[in-house]
Design a protein around this ligand. Structure first.
Ligand code: ZN
Length: 202
């Protein structure tokens, strides 16, 4: 399945005039929850992502997603890989492993997001897992916004990328958008009003 086409077909790749979570403006926006609205499509995307990871020879015991964004993609990826699925979530701003989930020492864990922008939440999830004694073996996402370098892509990671450079990032596609500060935005200059589509798409 072509990931970009899947985003377009499901209405997850919006075109217009948007305010990103960074405050910058863009003419495109990813609404990742929409691509997962159809469970069959979600499963097919996860199978493609799992194949990349398996082909790379990475051994994984468990997929861990940062809630809320990563939960569905993490669960589908775990199903495709035939491994356990857990998630971490924020409580009073701090990422925590709750709900009776546990990790064991040296358990090999892959962090999974729906979309990696700078990788901030994915890194927070990785830090919790490491603190609990398990081993983070890599990062994954359906979509990569192009700040971080995914396996198989020849893009250069940008300064904003927070993910460690010694661990792989697996993603189905790069979605690099034109971005403008509000002062320089040509759409604003043309008189159009930017909208914020809602969490968290960027
Ligand atoms: Zn604008």
């Amino acid at each position: 399945m072509n990931a970009e086409q899947a985003y377009k077909d499901s209405g997850a790749l919006l075109e217009g005039h948007f305010i990103l979570s960074s405050g910058n403006h863009s003419n495109r926006y990813l609404q990742s929850a929409k691509v997962l609205e159809d469970p069959k499509r979600a499963a097919a995307l996860a199978i493609d992502l799992a194949k990349q990871i398996t082909d790379a020879g990475i051994k994984i015991d468990t997929v861990c997603a940062p809630a809320l964004g990563g939960v569905i993609s993490g669960y589908e990826l775990a199903r495709a890989l035939g491994v356990r699925s857990i998630f971490v979530e924020r409580k009073e701003g701090q990422m925590e492993l709750r709900r009776g989930f546990e990790v064991s020492r040296d358990e090999k864990i892959l962090i999974c997001e729906d979309i990696i922008t700078t990788g901030g939440s994915a890194l927070e999830a990785a830090n919790i897992i490491t603190k609990l004694g398990a081993t983070v073996v890599g990062f994954s996402a359906l979509a990569n916004r192009g700040f971080c370098k995914r396996e198989g892509s020849d893009t250069t990671p940008k300064i904003e990328c927070k993910l460690p450079s010694d661990l792989p990032l697996f993603a189905l596609a790069d979605f690099e958008f034109a971005m403008y500060t509000p002062d320089e935005c040509p759409m604003c200059k043309a008189g159009s009003q930017a909208i914020k589509p809602g969490s968290r798409g960027n």
